[in-house]
Design a protein around this ligand. Structure first.
Ligand SMILES: CC(C)(COP(=O)(O)OP(=O)(O)OC[C@H]1O[C@@H](n2cnc3c(N)ncnc32)[C@H](O)[C@@H]1OP(=O)(O)O)[C@@H](O)C(=O)NCCC(=O)NCCS
Length: 282
């Protein structure tokens, strides 16, 4: 039995083939490591090719002392965004960072030769209104708000882009959400951020809601890790990815975006009608 299988049987949570070298509150398990101290149901993910191809990468949860490196990475990325709407900085960066470290969340950091080159955050919001639980925003019943995980910010430095890091980090965050018993994973994404939306869709999320959040036009993409969804695949509409009104109306009419069509004219989003055979409303 390999190291991975042994640890899985102990009920730990693996995050791909990441080399975790420390953790804020959990056990540290060698170079294959795990990222969570939560011994709920084990979830084993196949290792991700990006980490095989780049053995220099190291992954660990960020801790308070990493704030400076995290902040510097963000400064550099935000200064060079291809579109300003891709990411609008939080008013209080320190509070945002703190909210995404133990116990309210986790931030996974990816390091190359000691330098932070990417990060991805999960948040476990409380159910009160002030927590701005995205589940409340998109109309999930109150009883489900405690099951929500926010797939918050993810950034990759330009030299490390195009190698699948965001997708690998997304898989890792879904594993964390599962381990935490918060299977309703929600991510906010700009209508202009084609790469992020593409990666969310490739990881099995669908766009469940489109509307204005703090004056910004945003999708909320979602996956329920515990339940599948049902669609009428014959009832399909293709909508331009920048047609905010049409996208908002499609979501309100119970269509969900599950894919995209990319061609010379741009990106169109593929919506199919959501069926509610098994439960309501999700
Ligand atoms: C968005 C970001 C995190 C992506 O990181 P990354 O590791 O380079 O992403 P990946 O390499 O995993 O994936 C990029 C994917 O987007 C796809 N993509 C690129 N342009 C696209 C477009 N116009 N339409 C649809 N998909 C597109 C790529 O084809 C690729 O998918 P593929 O591997 O299936 O071909 C990175 O570009 C970044 O940090 N941007 C600035 C900050 C930001 O916007 N963060 C997200 C919001 S917090």
């Amino acid at each position: 039995m390999g190291a991975a299988a042994t640890l899985q049987n102990r009920g730990f949570v693996f995050l791909c083939n990441f080399r975790i070298v420390g953790h804020t509150h959990g056990p540290v398990v060698g170079v294959f490591g795990l990222l969570s101290s939560i011994h709920r149901s084990p979830l084993f993910l196949p290792h991700h090719a990006v980490f095989e191809q780049h053995p220099e990468l190291r992954v660990r949860p960020l801790v308070p002392g990493d704030y400076g490196a995290w902040s510097a990475l963000r400064d550099g990325v935000i200064a060079e965004l291809p579109h300003p709407d891709f990411y609008v900085r939080e008013d209080d960066e320190q509070a945002f960072f703190d909210a995404h470290t133990d116990p309210g969340g986790e931030t996974i950091g990816v390091f190359a030769h000691g330098d932070l080159v990417a990060y991805a955050m999960v948040g476990f919001p409380s159910c009160d209104a002030a927590a701005q639980n995205l589940g409340a925003l998109i109309g999930l019943p109150a009883v489900q708000h405690a099951k929500v995980t926010h797939l918050s910010s993810c950034m990759v430095t330009p030299t490390w882009r195009g190698r699948g890091l965001q997708r690998a980090l997304l898989a890792a965050r879904l594993a964390l959400a599962h381990a935490r018993g918060r299977p309703l994973c929600l991510a906010m994404v700009s209508l202009h951020n084609h790469s992020s939306r593409h990666n969310l869709l490739r990881q099995g999320l669908h766009i469940a809601w489109t509307g204005a959040i703090d004056g910004l036009q945003r999708h909320v993409a979602m996956i329920d890790l515990d339940h599948g969804l049902h669609f009428d695949m014959a009832d399909e509409i293709l909508l331009p990815s920048d047609d905010f009104v049409a996208l908002r109306e499609a979501a309100a009419a119970d269509y969900a975006c599950i894919g995209e069509v990319r061609d010379a004219s741009g990106v169109r989003l593929r919506y199919v009608r959501h069926l509610h055979h098994d439960r309501t409303p999700w």
